[in-house]
Design a protein around this ligand. Structure first.
Ligand SMILES: N[C@@H](CCC(=O)N[C@@H](CS)C(=O)NCC(=O)O)C(=O)O
Length: 228
């Protein structure tokens, strides 16, 4: 539920998601605020948006909230958080829809959250950043095959892991939000579709109503007139 939905219901928002009001077309849908929106939708928690521009990233006020000048930033009442993983973990701690109650299930979920952010995201992000920002460079053409190989290796490992199960931690959890948004970075390639279990998983997660709503709300920001 975004600011506009909340306004319609007359709500006063204590949760505020800060993200960019504009990003270039090729990265729309990939900005990490989508993770937070998705987690909030799954948890049924309403929030409002605070939109910033690139010119705000280096202000002392913003660096106080986000030391690296990045998005997303999230406020929940008095609590200010940065790092999308930490933010969705906080949201998951408020909802059984995102995190099992039992300790073994919670630890399985944490393990797969770290796997998404620490083991799968780096090789995928390296390849995608190269394709987005350096595609025409001679050095990038030389470097790319090794990065492709690394990303495909990870996808193969995920594929084996997903055989015979729908989600990484037994049931749908916040770890699947992180993993799906990482896999989405590869949307300009056919890599995900080469691995049947990963492909089915990716489609299964993206088909969730909360995922669809989160992405639509993220994209709606770029259609809105820019406020003076
Ligand atoms: N590890 C951080 C990464 C945040 C990040 O890279 N955000 C991007 C948008 S998805 C950003 O703000 N890029 C602009 C910049 O780094 O200056 C997180 O997960 O929150």
């Amino acid at each position: 539920m975004t600011r506009n939905d909340a306004r319609r219901s007359g709500g006063q928002e204590q949760r505020i998601l800060t993200t960019f009001r504009w990003v270039p077309e090729p990265v729309r849908g990939l900005v990490r605020d989508v993770r937070v929106r998705w987690a909030l939708e799954e948890a049924g928690l309403s929030y409002s948006e605070h939109l910033i521009g690139f010119e705000d990233q280096d202000t002392a006020q913003y660096r106080h909230l986000q030391p690296f000048g990045q998005v997303p930033v999230y406020r929940d009442g008095e609590l200010e958080l940065f790092e999308s993983g930490a933010i969705v973990l906080h949201i998951a701690s408020q909802s059984a829809a995102l995190m099992p109650h039992d300790e073994a299930g919670r630890l399985r979920t944490l393990t797969w959250m770290f796997a998404a952010l620490n083991t799968v995201e780096p090789p995928v992000a390296m390849l995608v950043e190269l394709d987005f920002f350096s595609a025409g460079e001679a050095w990038a053409r030389e470097r790319r095959p090794a990065l492709v190989e690394r990303a495909l290796k990870r996808l193969g490992e995920l594929d084996r892991e997903l055989e015979g199960r729908d989600y990484f931690a037994g049931q749908f959890t916040v770890a699947d939000i992180l993993m799906t948004t990482v896999l989405r970075y590869l949307r300009n390639t056919d890599f995900v579709s080469r691995f049947p279990a990963v492909d089915a998983y990716f489609k299964r997660c993206n088909a969730r109503p909360a995922a669809i709503k989160a992405l639509a709300d993220h994209m709606a920001v770029f259609d809105a007139p820019v406020e003076a």
